[in-house]
Ligand binder design. Structure first.
Ligand SMILES: Cc1cc2nc3c(=O)[nH]c(=O)nc-3n(C[C@H](O)[C@H](O)[C@H](O)COP(=O)(O)OP(=O)(O)OC[C@H]3O[C@@H](n4cnc5c(N)ncnc54)[C@H](O)[C@@H]3O)c2cc1C
Length: 381
């Protein structure tokens, strides 16, 4: 066989570049028993042309000299509602002000699904802000982006490193009018487990979730918390150390198998700009730290660097530090695999999630992990 079905499951990040690249639409993205999407080939349609495999293998890292910045928005208005320092919104505003398009991850109206959306106005931006702890669905977004780029439209694409890689591997050409932004990403979780959790909360609060924030900052940037608001005016708020879904994600259960072997987790990056949290900023420059969120910003290309300096209203400080040393000490997800192997009773977790309410499953499968994590007071990045 000369197609993507040859690929081992733990090597497939679900970026959907193969799906979009297939010239005869022989590939669909289909959920497995854990709820992660994988390419499935219609053998009747497949020409065995091998394009899907080539696209998958063609990862191109930028090799330029990189620059590190500490950035945060001078206005609390954007910063307080962003996960870190608000850099994503500042970059999006530059592109939107020029009549361009922004593609990043938003929620479905019932908050049960996350997917890449393309927006054209600042009113639509809030949905795309903030980290969502679930793998986004891509549908046909790469193909829609290609049409816009070919028409000369300016576009900002933001996603995990594998999604930026997937887009560029699909495009197979550099576009001056495309700005790419990836995140320091530890891993992504199952869309199905996420949906099950929202269903569980809806049931518990006898209402419908209208917003989900995995990085609520009301108690500060370091007090990581999830906040879910409901149609009936109620709110669920909890530390991510205590929230069952977040524990399932930040433990080794609810993680896409390929995240254990991520080929994009590298000091060399596939995007123009890499965004993350500047954990450890208090050790480098204490006066930069007010616990409201400071972004770690890595310029990987000249284009990325020039956009960083175009951000108005932003404090931008060049940090003359060694990237590998920084990452190894404070933010290892930039270049090191967070976990070596999958957890032993992973299979049990995915079975239980289908037959038990979320809290009962957590009592059974996550209790030990929760206790252990709290005891060790692990600093979840
Ligand atoms: C799953 C995940 C894990 C992360 N892990 C780390 C980490 O270990 N260390 C670290 O320093 N930073 C991590 N981050 C990045 C960090 O949380 C901030 O998102 C980032 O610094 C940008 O913040 P901001 O204030 O500039 O913009 P924000 O307004 O917070 O923008 C976030 C951007 O990320 C996009 N996004 C949100 N969720 C997803 C998703 N599920 N898939 C793809 N794109 C998404 C949004 O659409 C938006 O473009 C992670 C983000 C995610 C989504």
């Amino acid at each position: 066989m000369n197609n993507i079905s040859d690929l081992e499951k733990n090597q497939c990040c679900g970026c959907a570049a193969c799906y979009t690249s297939c010239p005869v639409k022989a590939i669909t993205m289909f959920p497995d028993e854990e709820g992660f999407l994988y390419p499935s080939i219609d053998k009747e349609k497949c020409l065995d042309c091998g394009i899907c495999l080539k696209v998958c293998e063609n990862v191109v890292f930028y090799e330029n000299e990189q620059k590190i910045y500490a950035c945060w928005d001078k206005e609390d208005e954007n910063r307080s509602i962003s996960s870190s320092g608000g850099v994503f919104s500042a970059l999006a505003n530059i592109i939107l002000d020029k009549g361009g398009f922004v593609c990043a991850v938003g929620y479905s109206t019932d908050c049960k699904e996350c997917f890449h959306k393309i927006v054209t106005s600042k009113d639509q931006l809030d949905d795309l802000r903030r980290a969502k702890f679930v793998q986004s669905k891509k549908y046909d977004v790469y193909a829609r982006i290609q049409i816009l780029l070919k028409a000369g439209k300016k576009l900002l694409f933001c996603g995990t490193p594998c999604e930026v890689g997937g887009l560029r591997q699909f495009l197979r050409k550099e576009y001056d009018n495309l700005l790419t932004c990836d995140l320091i990403c530890g891993c992504v979780s199952s869309p199905e487990v996420y949906k099950t959790y929202i269903d569980y909360l809806n049931n518990k609060y006898k209402s419908r979730a209208i917003s989900v924030n995995f990085k609520d900052k009301r108690k500060g940037w370091r007090e990581k918390a999830i906040a879910v608001r409901f149609e009936n005016g109620e709110e669920y708020y909890n530390s991510i150390l205590d929230d069952d879904y977040c524990v399932s994600f930040h433990s080794r259960y609810n993680i896409r198998p390929s995240c254990f072997h991520c080929k994009y987790r590298n000091l060399k990056r596939v995007s123009d700009i890499t965004l993350g949290d500047f954990w450890g900023i208090e050790k480098y420059v204490p006066e930069f730290d007010d616990n409201k969120g400071t972004s770690f910003v890595l310029a990987n290309t000249q284009k990325g660097d020039s956009f960083i300096h175009k951000m108005s209203n932003m404090n931008i400080f060049f940090m003359d530090i060694n990237c590998e040393q920084y990452s190894s000490t404070y933010n290892w997800c930039l270049h090191k695999n967070p976990w070596d192997v999958s957890i032993e009773n992973r299979e049990q977790f995915y079975q239980d999630i289908k037959i038990m309410p979320f809290d009962k499953m957590a009592e059974k499968d996550l209790a030990i992990i929760k206790e252990e994590r709290k005891r060790r007071k692990l600093n979840l990045k």
